[in-house]
Structures are given as structure tokens and as C-alpha cells.
Design a protein around this ligand. Structure first.
Ligand code: F2R
Ligand code: MG
Ligand code: MG
Ligand code: MG
Length: 339
């Protein structure tokens, strides 16, 4: 069962990125009908037209991080920085990296062989660091690598973030997202309520934000609880207004968590009822709009870790570039964790 959860996490993360990327530039809610139309296309697509959904920076960086953890059996900052940088400069334009992170890779490349892997990130935005969601979008392999060791998970989530993102919100976003995947790996459908899941995340963020004046995650998690608990489902516009779906880690990470918890609470839209639970989470997260590939990949990583890979249809996965790599890395991370 644990192997199914590892594969579920990596494969649903991939599907969330590949499917979400179809809508990322639209910056508006995605109608359920649009997503169900894509579902029909995927279901009926012939083998010849398979793998037409490209993954983006989210998956590319997650896979490089996973490869490094697998090859070294531990987190090696210079190696991850080297893999991120080499991939950035050799990947096709369809990866759509964040606008400012290029500067980090240019500086890392200039200072090769990566003598100061954390230096360039700490110079971003006049020393403030990036608060983009790039730290969290790629972090799920850390959760798979550290499963059962929360202290190590938080340490490696922070270190992997700091290679490109040193802003406290980006670091805490990576810790929160990785912890959500860990809670999902450690529990099962029926064994935990949405409120218990939420409470575990709230306890963590209370600890992480104890010295953070703004407490953005604390406030957004409280808002998420309020929205899920109330009778009327929030419109996507209300959600965008109160929590957000944008490029900030504080928005996209909370949106992914909201989508997962809404489905765990059985409050998913009836339009998606013919789908498996993992599919529902991925589609629901994308329907929120905004940074759809990133919200989709993070919601997918949590949902796949919770429900396993059984609910992921082969017609979804065979449409996605990177399926074999995702499967292989999940299997290797599982083997490593078993040792
Ligand atoms: N870049 C994209 N999507 C662009 C859409 C492309 C579209 N498909 C098309 O056809 O055109 N997606 C990817 O970027 C996000 C992850 O970004 P990351 O790695 O966090 O990058 P970066 O550059 O560090 O931050 C992103 C932007 O956030 C703003 N920002 C961050 N920190 C800031 C600060 N301290 N002060 C002010 N602004 C800050 C800047 O605008 C950055 O450029 C994911 O969505 C991934 O999918
Ligand atoms: Mg992306
Ligand atoms: Mg907004
Ligand atoms: Mg994105």
C-alpha cells in the first residue's frame, strides 16, 4: 500500500502539472465542463496521439530533486543546485519557469562548480528573497524521502527551498506542502477527517509562524476552515478574494490544501462525481484558476499520497510526458525509505 501511495503522489503531481499547464496562462477559473471535456478527450485519445501534455518547471525541478536524493541517498545542496541549473539551461521553452528565478541559475552557472549554492537565491529581490511558489511546487520528493521523520522533512524542505527561494513565506510554504504530503502518506481514506487533517497543518503552521509578524498562512488556514465548514460552497471568486490562487507560495499552497480538504470533506462539485477521488482533487484544484499547473501539481501530490495510484487512469498518465520517470523515481524513493 505504501508503494501505491508513493507512486500516487508522484503520478498525480505529474498529472496536475501537465493538465493544469493547459490553463495556466488564462488566470481565471476553469469551468468543470471544460475539464470534463478534456476528460473525454483523454479517455478517447488514440495511442498515436498519446503524451501530448507537457510537464513544466514544477515537474522538471521535482524530478531533478528526486534524482539527486536517490543518487546520493541524502540531500547534497551542490548537486541539487547543479541539476536545477543544468536542466534549466537545456530544457525546452515549454517549461515556463518563473520570471525571476533565471537570475539565480545564471549566477549559479557563472560560479560553477557550485561553490556557493545558496548565495544567488539570497540576493533575489534586494535580499528579501523570492516568495514565489517555486519552493513548494517541487517539494513532494522531500516528503517521500523523509517519510516518518518530520524533523528531517522540515530541514530538507527548507534547504531545498533556499537554493532558489529564501523568503520566509516560500520556506514555510515548502514545509507546509511537504508536511501535507507526509500526513497523507501516514493516514488513509476513512482514518482521518478533513478537520483532523486541517488541525495537523494548523499545529505545524502555528509553530512555523510563531516569530513571523504577518502570519499569512495562519490566517489563510483559518479562512480555509471557515469556508469548508460553512453550508454554502464558496464561489471561486470568493476563494480568490479571501485566499488567492496566484504565484505567491502563500496563495498557491493554501489553494492546493483547500482543494484536497474540500474533496476529503466530500464537498467536491457534483459535476466531477463520475471521477475517482484523486481525479476529483486534481480537477477541482485546477478549476480554482490562477496558477493552475502549480496548484494542480501540489494538490495532486497530496491526493495521490492519500488515495494511492489506483484512481489514476492509464489514459491520464499515458497522455503525460514524464510518466515513466515519475514512476521510477517514486519506486526508488520508496526503496530508499524502506532501508
Ligand atoms: N512562470 C510560470 N508561469 C508563467 C506562465 C507561462 C504561460 N504558460 C505562458 O504561456 O506564458 N510558472 C512557473 O512559475 C511559478 C514558480 O515561480 P518561482 O519559481 O517561484 O519563480 P520566481 O521568479 O522566484 O517568482 C515568481 C514571481 O513572483 C514574484 N515575486 C517573487 N518574490 C517576490 C518578491 N520578494 N517581491 C516581489 N515580487 C516577487 C515575481 O514577479 C517573480 O517573477 C510557478 O507558477 C511555475 O509553474
Ligand atoms: Mg509550471
Ligand atoms: Mg490574487
Ligand atoms: Mg505554475
Amino acid at each position: 500500500m505504501l508503494l501505491s501511495k508513493y507512486k500516487g503522489s508522484a503520478l498525480a503531481a505529474l498529472a496536475g502539472d501537465c493538465i493544469g499547464a493547459e490553463y495556466e496562462a488564462a488566470w481565471q477559473p476553469v469551468a468543470y465542463q471544460t475539464l470534463m471535456k478534456l476528460e473525454e478527450i483523454l479517455k478517447n485519445s488514440q495511442a498515436a496521439s498519446r503524451r501530448f501534455l507537457n510537464y513544466t518547471d514544477d515537474t522538471e525541478m521535482a524530478h531533478e530533486l528526486a534524482k539527486s536524493l536517490v543518487e546520493n541517498g541524502k540531500f547534497v545542496a551542490k548537486d541539487v543546485a547543479s541539476k536545477f541549473t543544468k536542466t534549466f539551461f537545456t530544457s525546452p521553452p515549454c517549461r515556463y519557469y518563473g520570471a525571476s528565478v533565471r537570475t539565480v541559475f545564471e549566477k549559479l552557472q557563472k560560479a560553477s562548480p557550485f561553490s556557493d549554492p545558496f548565495g544567488p537565491a539570497s540576493e533575489q529581490f534586494d535580499g528579501q528573497g523570492s516568495y514565489g511558489n517555486g519552493s513548494a511546487m517541487r517539494v513532494f520528493p522531500v516528503a517521500l524521502f523523509c517519510h516518518g521523520n518530520q524533523e528531517l522533512l522540515e530541514k530538507l524542505a527548507a534547504l531545498s527551498a533556499k537554493l532558489t527561494h529564501v523568503h520566509i513565506d516560500a520556506i514555510n510554504g515548502a514545509k507546509l506542502q511537504a508536511s501535507a504530503v507526509e500526513i497523507a502518506l501516514s493516514s488513509s481514506d476513512g482514518s482521518i477527517s478533513w478537520l483532523e487533517f486541517w488541525q495537523k497543518l494548523k499545529d505545524l503552521i502555528d509553530k512555523l509562524e510563531v516569530d513571523v509578524p504577518e502570519k499569512v498562512y495562519t490566517n489563510k488556514l483559518d479562512m480555509i476552515k471557515e469556508l469548508i465548514a460553512r453550508e454554502e460552497v464558496a464561489s471561486v471568486h470568493e476563494f480568490e478574494d479571501k485566499v488567492g490562487t496566484g504565484i505567491k507560495a502563500t496563495e498557491a499552497v493554501c489553494a492546493a490544501i483547500y482543494a484536497f480538504l474540500m474533496c476529503l470533506a466530500d464537498r467536491q462539485p457534483s459535476e466531477l462525481s463520475s471521477l475517482s477521488k484523486v481525479q476529483q482533487v486534481v480537477f477541482y484544484s485546477i478549476s480554482l484558476g490562477g496558477d493552475t499547473d502549480t496548484i494542480g501539481t501540489m494538490a495532486g501530490a497530496i491526493a495521490g499520497a492519500f488515495y494511492g495510484d489506483e484512481g489514476l487512469p492509464s489514459y491520464w498518465l499515458s497522455a503525460c510526458e514524464g510518466e515513466d520517470m515519475a514512476r521510477d523515481l517514486a519506486t526508488k524513493l520508496h526503496e530508499l525509505n524502506e532501508k
